[in-house]
Design a protein around this ligand. Sequence first.
Ligand SMILES: Nc1ncnc2c1ncn2[C@@H]1O[C@H](COP(=O)(O)OP(=O)(O)OP(=O)(O)O)[C@@H](O)[C@H]1O
Ligand SMILES: [Mg+2]
Length: 382
Amino acid sequence: MAREITVEAVLNALGRVNYPGYATDIVSLGVIEAVEPLATGGGFAVVVRQATERDEVIHELAGAINGTLTRELGVRRVELRVRRLEAELGEKTGRVRLEGTRYVVAVASGKGGVGKSTVAANLALALHRLGMTVGLLDADIYGPSVPMMFGVGEERPRAAGGQNFYPVERYGVKLISMGFFLTDKTPVIWRGPMVMGAVRQFLKDTLWGTLDFLIVDLPPGTGDAQLTLAQQVALDGAVIVTTPRDVALLDATRAARMLHQLHCPVIGVVENMSYFVCPDCGERDELFGAGGGAKLALAERTRVLAQIPIHLEVREAGDAGMPIVLARPDHPASRAFMEVARRVLAAMPKEETSHVLGVPIGTVRSRLSRGRTLLRSVLARL
Ligand SMILES: Nc1ncnc2c1ncn2[C@@H]1O[C@H](COP(=O)(O)OP(=O)(O)OP(=O)(O)O)[C@@H](O)[C@H]1O
Ligand SMILES: [Mg+2]
């Protein structure tokens, strides 16, 4: 007689299957919703939560699940049920559209320390300077830096009844960061599902009000939080930050691949710490080599949005709690950040775009529903 295979054994086996392109298993990621013995006997039904709109990823996942259960465990029949998110969320794309937010743009990088948070903060402020209403979500729960960069002292998000809270507002930008909720006693090591829970809560419970842009400072790398975001929210695009060094570029390529796989359009590459301008002689020095960002952009069929010079003042501005775009608008780095913002704005999907003073301000639909934003945008440019 064949040995009885338990649901627990099936779950254990599935815990060894990684999500395609990830180093994390599908059980930890919450992709597996249920495992049930088939009514007819002889096998199991595995209910998978759809995490991507790309069929090839689902096929690869199906193959891996099937292979593991039949070969390793000896299950005779595996029935895979993919639960599409659209049924749950009632959205064509299967992802949440943040109510009242027009565009959600992520700032990503393959590795840490390349200036992702600096780019996210300055991009948010640059878009605000262009008359946009902007929110900044610091989804980097391992190293949140938004509170420091915006000089938020003791202020914390205000409770708004129920689970909800209002973001902190600084320099006209609405901010939410894990840094607002962490204490010295919070464990630094979070497990996958906890990461997902935190990001989900950020997205769902923050009362952003009406936003033209929500900029998301993603944690570095290609792990759980990125996957969660793509599952939870319809990202309109992502900006990849890299330095011109080859090692950084390799990681950035990985980030670009992840974004493609998650169905998130790559708006372009920001090459940070690109060159150094000698303060004495004004000469331009390419410290880390030249043309790295362009190489990456070419390989990933995207483009370089701007090259940001390496400059002590960029760091000092961030450390002092007022990013360079605001502290020194005339600085070469600030001009480069403004260029990034203009290009991001231009890259956003538009249905019937109307132009107000040369800046595209949303669609006819959003114009009707967001008269106030429009008015504010126009006033800010006068
Ligand atoms: N163009 C620049 N010129 C000078 N310093 C810079 C520049 N860009 C970023 N920095 C500095 O480099 C350090 C790392 O930048 P930042 O925190 O933005 O990187 P990150 O990619 O978000 O890092 P992490 O992985 O830690 O989140 C900071 O001290 C920042 O002020
Ligand atoms: Mg950072």
